[in-house]
Design a protein around this ligand. Structure first.
Ligand code: FHN
Length: 429
């Protein structure tokens, strides 16, 4: 089918049942950084003095900018402030375990050195360097898995690129020609020229049957046998499931999956919106996603000069400080066996439930309803202060002292023996 697939069509748990052995690092990582960076970052949500609402990387579409005009933006795109080591160090300081950056978004501009098109950062801009090479090295040096985002179908620069074009007649497009001449050769460049990639993150699939997609996916896997392909490669051929933008499931799910969120309200940089998620919001979001068994990949949108916005730097460093002390309750954890409570959520490791207490009950009495395990001890993860609890034979009540004014949540560890009922899980794998 050549229509763009729905999220569910992109994921087929029967396929995911043959879990990729390389998923181990992914399932333990829990926290990734998404980076949306392209010519749109220079426009920053404005075109010819007019502000456009919505996500910054869609400005070419929002303002219906003709290709002939949009390509001129490249002539003044010169991100001299870009520093790969600074970006990789920020990820490290934030407790980030993997990074995925846009190699080519829907605008069709390649942020990497490509022989396939001259609409790229080396040939079309005064910058003339390949930032992806430097970033791949800087992340790898710090033990951070590195990967590319690639818009494999939607390409507004190409006469045969898929979807949402206003410059080209959609009915006259030859999608196969676009894939043959641009998408597949560029994917081979990305998977062949930047060393081992942890992830290849596809976006908005379409224009190819399952058979055709399987053929190019098999070719790509030869180049990167250990890389994980996101579910937006389409036709259920991904290694792990991506939910919709800013979506987190409401019950725990087994298997490998990821929630993706913007840091403010836009994937690409926009100069107007300063609504950045605070450290407390990031930590609570991360705890909530981890409590359902998934990873959070949080986006940053660098500007046209190559700076990551100051609030992203500041808030991500704060998040990293919390993870320095509380990371045991997130990294390597899986979904919590205590359903979400008014006070917060839980994550699990064998014999331990980590309670992420986001709202301390006014009377200081924390209820774990219907807990079937045999509690051995309860303590504050950071201070290791032992906490008293009472077992009513059905529920556990924990006496919670007033904790230091913690920005986000305080983690209480419940060590127990015995089996707690597993969830009635939505996805068996
Ligand atoms: O259209 C894109 C959008 O610009 C952004 O890249 C998001 C990130 O998941 N993906 C598509 C919309 O889902």
């Amino acid at each position: 089918s050549i229509h763009a697939q729905t999220m569910d069509e992109m994921w087929d748990s029967s396929v995911s049942g043959k879990a990729n052995p390389n998923l181990k690092w992914f399932k333990e990582a829990k926290f990734g950084m998404f980076i949306h960076w392209g010519l749109y970052a220079k426009l920053a949500g404005e075109w010819k003095g007019k502000r456009y609402y919505g996500s910054g990387e869609w400005i070419m579409s929002q303002a219906r900018i003709p290709v002939a005009e949009y390509k001129e933006v490249a002539k003044t795109f010169n991100p001299i402030k870009f520093n790969a080591d600074e970006w990789a160090q920020l990820a490290k300081d934030a407790g980030i375990k993997y990074m995925v950056i846009t190699a080519k978004h829907h605008e069709g501009f390649s942020m990497f050195d490509t022989k396939v098109s001259d609409f790229d950062i080396v040939d079309a801009t005064p910058y003339k360097k390949d930032p992806m090479k430097a970033l791949a090295e800087a992340t790898r040096k710090r033990g951070i898995q590195f990967g590319f985002y690639y818009s494999q179908f939607q390409d507004w620069y190409e006469p045969n690129g898929g979807k949402n074009s206003w410059d080209f007649d959609e009915t006259k497009k030859d999608y196969q020609k676009y894939y043959r001449e641009k998408a597949i050769p560029q994917l081979k460049e990305l998977l062949g020229n930047y060393g081992p990639l942890g992830i290849v993150w596809f976006d908005t699939p379409g224009g190819m049957t399952k058979e055709q997609t399987l053929n190019f996916v098999n070719d790509l896997r030869v180049l990167q046998p250990k890389s994980l392909f996101s579910s937006r490669v389409g036709h259920g051929l991904g290694d792990y499931r991506d939910f919709g933008d800013s979506e987190v499931p409401d019950t725990p799910i087994k298997g490998a999956w990821e929630s993706i969120y913007t840091h403010n309200d836009s994937w690409g940089y926009i100069k107007h919106d300063m609504n950045f998620k605070t450290p407390a919001e990031i930590i609570r979001l991360l705890a909530n996603v981890a409590s359902k068994g998934g990873n959070l990949m949080l986006n940053v949108g660098p500007d046209g000069e190559g700076n990551i916005p100051e609030y992203s730097v500041k808030f991500l460093k704060e998040t990293g400080k919390w993870l320095d002390k509380n990371g045991e309750s997130i990294y390597g954890s899986t979904y919590g066996l205590i359903p979400a409570q008014p006070w917060g959520v839980s994550t699990s490791k064998p014999g331990k439930q980590y309670l992420h207490v986001m709202r301390r009950p006014l009377d200081g009495k924390l209820l774990i309803p219907d807990f079937k395990g045999k509690v051995a001890k309860v303590y504050n993860l950071v201070s290791q202060q032992q906490l008293s609890w009472k077992n009513t034979g059905k529920d556990i009540w924990i006496d919670l002292p007033v904790f230091e004014a913690d920005a986000a949540n305080t983690v209480v560890v419940v060590e127990y023996s015995g089996k707690i009922d597993d969830y009635d899980l939505k996805v068996p794998i």
